[in-house]
Design a protein around this ligand. Structure first.
Ligand code: BTN
Length: 260
């Protein structure tokens, strides 16, 4: 049976009064909301697309977003008083919320590849891209767009060769209402953490880490360094140790897990 996204289906799960729009096709749900936010006052709005033609990942990468198989969504919020430094925690909250949602809806255990990838059985099944606009005067976040793409099912034509080794899907075959449930549950979990940051459990984040104890490559602007991912601290920063025994605490950035 086909898994069809509907506003009514999402609202049955949703605990928050959000405006939801489902688009057949858009370049990127993040860009769509950012365009809206520029022209008019929008807040607490969710844009979901059946398909994206220019799905964006972090660091200028693209996010493969074909029709039918995925759930591509973004949430726009205007926080009351959020500094840019605290905004970095948002991706962390979204990652934990995504794991909770996947676990509740599918009973599958998922893991976080620091900082924004969600994995099941060593394959990336979701990615998060958080974008923010900051008010130059106040240095506070004007609006925040939290975008997440779930590979709910395997695309009918399979994943493109470039990502076939790393991408995976949450479920093998279509089941009714999974996308509505994942969407509603993710929004509930994320907004609960966003509105009550004291409920965020760094231990639960840490327990789901895909990288602790693994050999990784830390990608900096000008170089790449092999390191051991030792731990995640209370701020969800990644502690790594290099071969010369020096340690570094990474607050953001890009890592990849080394294939043995
Ligand atoms: C990554 O893997 O680096 C992040 C991927 C984020 C993809 C989602 S899909 C919905 C939203 N719209 C986008 O263009 N990107 C995010």
């Amino acid at each position: 049976m086909k898994d069809v996204l509907t506003i009514e289906g999402i609202k049955q799960i949703l605990d928050y009064p959000l405006e939801i729009e489902i688009l057949d096709c858009v370049d990127s749900t993040n860009d769509y909301l950012k365009r809206l936010a520029k022209d008019q006052f929008v807040d607490n709005k969710v844009a979901i697309a059946q398909k994206q033609t220019n799905g964006k990942g972090r660091r200028g990468r693209s996010f493969y977003s074909p029709d039918e198989s995925g759930l591509y969504m973004s949430l726009l919020i205007r926080p009351d008083s959020l500094s840019l430094s605290s905004a970095t925690k948002i991706t962390t909250m979204a990652a934990l919320a995504a794991c909770y949602a996947i676990e509740t809806v599918t009973q599958k255990q998922s893991y976080i590849k620091w900082v924004n990838d969600i994995l099941i059985d060593d394959k990336k099944v979701a990615g998060i891209l958080t974008e923010a606009t900051v008010n130059f005067e106040t240095k506070l976040v004007d609006y925040l767009v939290v975008g997440i793409g779930f590979n709910v099912y395997e695309p009918s034509e399979g994943f493109p060769t470039e990502i076939a080794q790393i991408a995976g899907s949450i479920l093998e075959k279509q089941q009714p209402s999974i996308k509505n449930k994942l969407c509603g549950q993710f929004l509930n979990e994320f907004l609960k953490l966003f509105n009550h940051p004291q409920l965020f459990s760094y231990q639960e984040y840490r327990e789901r880490s895909y990288v602790i104890g693994k050999e990784i490559v830390v990608h900096a602007l000008d170089k790449q360094r092999v390191a051991l991912a030792i731990d995640i601290d209370k701020d969800c920063h990644l502690i790594v140790e290099y071969s010369d025994q020096s340690k570094e605490v990474l607050s953001s950035g890009e890592i990849s897990v080394r294939k043995l």
